[in-house]
Design a protein. Structure first.
Ligand SMILES: Cc1cc2nc3c(=O)[nH]c(=O)nc-3n(C[C@H](O)[C@H](O)[C@H](O)COP(=O)(O)OP(=O)(O)OC[C@H]3O[C@@H](n4cnc5c(N)ncnc54)[C@H](O)[C@@H]3O)c2cc1C
Length: 425
């Protein structure tokens, strides 16, 4: 008998789940509360959609931290090559770029969304938009269907919950799946923002630097204990040695900061004090910085210190560094004492900020936390609590760095759940 599969949410995970279940012969109904499918796909990768990454499997898994283990089996069965083949079959060529990030060659996220929609519809899946699921209906711990906010009951033999996280709610992901899963007895690991800008204690300084983007800097995060001892914050995946960061009116953002943010937010939640140390000249040692400063001071004794520092860093930062060194802007270089020069060199190599927190969940690119992984079968993605219920994508307690890792997780879990839910996997 043909299985009736209802997929809740037409995002990355839901579209591919619907496509796979329909391809294998199930009668598939995809319910989406927004007016179109895949709104988050459309904004992903700055609207270019970084679908996956060339990183080897083990490195790929490490980007999810400890929870990456949960994905190992799935990635052995449906990973990058299978995803790229599928996209190609539906007309999307892809190419790898810096950092192994894979994008559609067209540079247009809409091509990915449209290809996945075609995959589902060409195999006979029906999509209903502006249709918001309220509950999954069960009897004796078995799925019977879903109920909508308008009261309608939609019967189903299997339900795939692909409602996403709570970040960027304007794309439709408002955390409905967490509520639905909890109502069915699932445990929710506490939600927290991932890939999110960080706020700092030194707000006035950040505001003075607002909009300034720094390239080729090194960002190190340290935790400080009650005895003022500092140690590097452990970030469970590879961080680039140098890269780009940005100052905002509330703190810091940009690729290096977002990459570290999952670990930073966790450390702050664990009650740790987190310090950001920015090395503005990672190619030079502190002594080298100091001796070059000394040479330049000798060569230009009548220059103001902030003017001289403009040869080192952008002008707004030069003014701030001079001020933080306790030197009045108009003071000439020949009047600067050796210990003041040492302070400037130390600031250039170790420009410190105390992290006070992060922007809220909605501002994160991904949601950390979610449905507890030990309650979901890592092969089929079926709930261990409710038979016929599948949990996929960001609704699960999975969050990784930027680079295409999150979408690959959504695609792999969605595809395999679709396969099992169809009854012929
Ligand atoms: C700005 C931004 C850029 C990003 N860029 C990248 C990138 O380049 N590469 C990468 O790997 N990751 C990226 N991510 C993360 C990635 O987009 C997500 O991890 C991924 O889209 C999650 O897929 P999903 O299918 O689980 O959820 P979503 O894509 O969020 O889809 C969930 C769908 O469910 C629908 N829905 C929710 N509740 C209901 C309901 N009750 N009834 C019916 N429908 C419902 C929503 O409307 C939505 O369409 C980015 C995220 C953001 C915010």
């Amino acid at each position: 008998m043909t299985r009736r599969v209802v997929v809740v949410g037409a995002g990355a995970a839901g579209l591919i789940a619907a496509g796979r279940a329909a391809e294998l012969g199930a009668e598939v109904l995809l319910l989406e509360k927004m007016e179109e499918a895949g709104k988050k796909i459309l904004v992903s990768g700055k609207s270019r959609c970084n679908v996956t990454n060339t990183a080897p499997l083990e490195t790929f898994l490490s980007y999810f931290g400890r929870n990456g283990l949960f994905l190992r089996n799935a990635f052995h069965r449906f990973f990058r090559e299978e995803l790229l083949d599928l996209l190609e079959r539906f007309g999307v060529e892809t190419q790898a770029e810096r950092g192994g990030r894979i994008f559609p060659t067209s540079g247009n996220a809409q091509d990915v969304r449209d290809a996945l929609l075609r995959y589902a519809e060409q195999h006979g899946a029906t999509v209903r938009y502006l249709t918001e699921v309220r509950k999954v209906v069960t009897r004796a711990d078995r799925v019977k269907g879903v109920s909508l906010w308008n009261g309608e009951l939609v019967p189903a033999d299997a339900v795939i919950l692909a409602t996403g996280g709570v970040s960027w709610p304007a794309t439709g992901s408002t955390g409905d799946g967490y509520v639905i899963a909890q109502e069915l007895g699932h445990t929710l690991q506490p939600l927290h923002p991932g890939l999110v800008p960080l706020t700092v204690v030194e707000r006035a300084t950040a505001k003075a630097l607002q909009g300034l983007s720094l390239r080729n800097v090194q960002c190190t995060f340290l935790t400080r204990d009650t005895r003022e001892r500092e140690r590097p914050l452990r970030i469970p995946y590879p961080m680039p040695d140098t890269g780009e960061m940005l100052f905002t009116h509330f703190g810091v953002s940009g690729p290096l900061i977002l990459t570290a943010s999952i670990a930073v937010v966790k450390a702050i939640r664990d009650g740790k004090v987190v310090i950001l140390s920015i090395d503005l000249k990672p190619g030079m040692g502190e002594r080298e910085v100091e001796s070059r400063l000394q040479r330049e001071f000798e060569e230009h004794p009548h220059q103001q210190v902030s003017t001289l520092l403009r040869g080192w860093v952008p002008s707004t930062l030069a003014d701030v560094l001079a001020r933080l060194s306790g030197i009045e802007e108009e003071r000439h270089v020949h009047r600067i004492r050796a210990e003041e020069r040492t302070t400037i060199a130390a600031l250039i190599k170790d420009f410190r900020w105390t992290i006070s927190g992060s922007l809220p969940l909605a501002a994160g690119m991904v949601t950390g936390g979610g449905v507890a992984l030990d309650e979901v079968d890592p092969v089929k993605f079926e709930s261990k609590k409710v038979s016929g219920l599948y949990l996929v994508g960001e609704v699960l307690d999975l969050a990784a760095d930027t680079g295409g890792f999150n979408l690959q997780a959504a695609f792999s879990t969605g595809y395999l759940a679709g396969e099992d839910a169809s009854g012929s996997g």
